[in-house]
Design a protein around this ligand. Sequence first.
Ligand code: ATP
Ligand code: MG
Ligand code: MG
Length: 372
Amino acid sequence: ERRVAIIGCGQLAQMMAQEGRSLGITFSFVALGEESTVCVQDLGEVVRVGDSPDAGSLYRELGCPEVITTEREDVPPGLLRALQEFCPVYPQADAVEKTQHRLREKLALLESGVPVAPFLPAENYHDVCAAIGYLGYPAFIKACESGYDGKNQWRVDSVAQLEQLRDELAPGSYVVEKGVPFSREVSIVGVRSASGETRSYPLTENRHENGTLLVSRAPAADGNGELETAQRYLATLLDDWDYVGVLTMECFVTRSGILVNELAPRVHNSGHWTLAGAPVSQFANHLRAILGMPLGDTTCAQPAAMVNMLGVDTIPRTPNEGVWLYGKRRRPGRKLGHVIMLDESTESLDRRVEEVLAELYTSDTPERSANA
Ligand code: ATP
Ligand code: MG
Ligand code: MG
């Protein structure tokens, strides 16, 4: 029996555990603070920890796992380092720490020769104004820490909008980014095993709404060698960081090439289509990587699409490969599940995506953008 402990109890932990069953893995989970455990309640032991848990007793309560991994980005690096005394922790604390802070992340990307949008650091409203004076409009102001699904960030298109932030923007660490005139948003899920083997899934095209992912489609149209470029950037990062596990890279496609928006040191929503669209899913490959097993096939035989169920849990009638429901309570905008579709042609796949969207988001459903 192989035992893996996952820090975090959301749907990513759930799907990892479901996918791990066929690999003969037993799971235990760490619930941080008040986080809900409904997604993983039937999948293994859950240990809830407070602010500064004792790593030794936590390791034992988790059943002395062979390896510990994470499904969330906000895990204290100190906890990961303390647990590392007892068994390998993947991804490593250093990688998690870099990606938790947007400025550190951008500097690490540049250090590996990976291009990002022009940006400047800022500590307060005054700095932000100076940065935008230099970068121009539109600009994105992003808190360095604790941002996801478009939270803790502001798009600013005019002086008037900037002035509205004068009182809202508390002093802290920010990055101000130039608004990128992208034609498409894409992401790539890559994986590197403890033995150094590296693979990546096809480039995925993403459609967001109000900062939250709504639709992913793979493979993304590859107009200008974007796939090869993205694969090269990701492989460089995986090797430079000596990374183990799945690492996801979100990118903007612009006329002059790819710019990297951000990284996620974990399995990613834009990779959920691999559950039905690839021979081995991102979840299974993450587990293979951290357990030092040979990595599985990451190709997709036919176009795949994933539609997020944001605040809705209606089962669509449009033909699909499956509906994944996470078992969470319904709340406006909350990620409750997703639908995956496969098709021989991109055109008919796209038509079905629109049908599913129309079925899920009827006019009487609450706004999918109201995040919770
Ligand atoms: P996630 O849920 O993916 O972690 P996040 O809160 O970390 O999201 P970002 O990915 O940085 O936020 O930004 C959210 C979205 O806002 C992007 O996917 C993109 O659509 C838009 N956006 C962010 N930065 C820029 C930029 N510099 N130029 C243009 N659009 C941007
Ligand atoms: Mg993010
Ligand atoms: Mg993002």
